[in-house]
Design a protein around this ligand. Sequence first.
Ligand SMILES: Cc1cc2nc3c(=O)[nH]c(=O)nc-3n(C[C@H](O)[C@H](O)[C@H](O)COP(=O)(O)OP(=O)(O)OC[C@H]3O[C@@H](n4cnc5c(N)ncnc54)[C@H](O)[C@@H]3O)c2cc1C
Length: 501
Amino acid sequence: MSQVIIVGGGNAALCAALSARDNGACKVIVLERAPRDEAGGNSRFTAGAIRVAYSGVDDLTALMPDLTAEELDNTDFGTYTEDQFFDDMGRVTDYRCDPDLVELLVRRSHETLMWMREKGVRFVPIWGRQAFKVDGRFRFWGGLTVEAWGGGPGLVDALTAGALKAGVEIRYGARATALIHGEDGVTGVRVKQDGRLSDLSADAVLLASGGFEANPAWRARYLGPGWDLAKVRGTRFNTGDGIKMALDIGAAPRGHWSGCHSVGWDRNAPEFGDLAVGDGFQKHSYPFGIMINAEGRRFVDEGADFRNYTYAKYGGVILSQPGQFAWQIFDAKVAHLLRDEYRIRQVTKVTADSLEDLLARLDGVDAERARDTIATYNDAVATDVPFDPNVKDGRNTPGLEIPKSNWANRIDEPPFEAYAVTCGVTFTFGGLRIDTSGNVLDTDLAPIPGLYAAGELVGGLFYMNYPGGTGLTSGAVFGRLSGASAARFAAKQAGDGRAAE
Ligand SMILES: Cc1cc2nc3c(=O)[nH]c(=O)nc-3n(C[C@H](O)[C@H](O)[C@H](O)COP(=O)(O)OP(=O)(O)OC[C@H]3O[C@@H](n4cnc5c(N)ncnc54)[C@H](O)[C@@H]3O)c2cc1C
């Protein structure tokens, strides 16, 4: 009777659990550190956007058979081919990403989402966030087209229901604290539940317990000074436990340990994510405005690329500004383009009918310098180039020291709006080294028998930056893959006839 233990309760863990059952594991136990009402990790905090390769509309209708003829008619989905996905991974990570892992991520993205559908997850197009209407038709941009129905909560609920239906046991409030390890590899975990420690044996253990973003000491230690001051966008439970447990038994670290995904996040957001607000504290419409810091200066090219290719690194840029904050400024011309998150109740916002009034009310900002900055910026806008939010329109600001490469508009039409942001850390990039079966490797690069990993705590995929929507794809693809490998290994260990063939 093979037994697989999965550590974690997010997308990667639940996909791994389902896959382990599919691949013959007799008993699968999910240990989720969070209590039931906070379960689901960062996955629950997401909007459910998931990057998937598709070579045409047929691939999308296979995933979303409920699309009506009218919806198909009204929308230009374009394509997001495997080649485009490869290019994006290479480009945004400065070509440091592990080619073997990326090969799996990209090539298995579509089949994995089809498999998730079988398990009860529903997908829909991201009309609201990733498409603008041009000449009466929605046109998608940025390679991100699909989201889980019901967002992150919908995704986690569907996977949880699927896992329970498949006979997976989920223990909430169960924190794995150490791996049980001997000459034969990993044979179980030590668990703390209801204040008591106990040992749980297993034929294979799969770690899917997230990164170390919610651990301020590790953030300062690995990401660098100042990162302890960032806010955490998601779960408070991802403190690096799984990574530490594996390193403690000799696992190899991998990837960009001083790097993370971080975004502009409401300056007054709480220390950790709030499930009632989800990702609403993020402020992602900066490509249509400008950002200024405490000194009243612009500090980054807000229009360097589509939002989903820059947002994950701009949190760190904001963190490095004086006082770790910035204000995003927009005028009436672009107010209709601002995402829903700008209209939530818990927002740090200032509005005014004149720029002068607006700047005077921006907490902590040198208003005089900000006025000069905006005047210089306005003068530089290439107004002869047409504005088009759907493409990189090249409407830029010739001559500025810090350019705005696309979507530049003069800020001159009242009312004016400004939003205060700081850095919100999403997840860390550094993690464990796995092979292409999901087996964790030791520092001699030999597989550690019985130990597998998936999701955020796998290193080697993301460096410097990240293409939006890839975290869930990675959790799903590697959860499914590693879960299958863990089940097969466990079956051999336990001598199960069925899977030992
Ligand atoms: C606000 C926000 C929005 C995001 N939006 C998107 C998006 O739209 N699309 C996208 O692709 N990505 C998005 N991401 C990133 C995405 O959430 C992650 O990449 C992905 O969910 C990671 O999945 P995971 O299963 O590896 O980790 P998680 O979902 O974080 O799961 C980790 C689990 O491990 C548990 N755990 C931790 N320590 C232990 C322990 N010692 N014992 C037992 N359990 C433990 C945690 O409680 C948690 O359940 C977003 C993240 C945030 C915070």
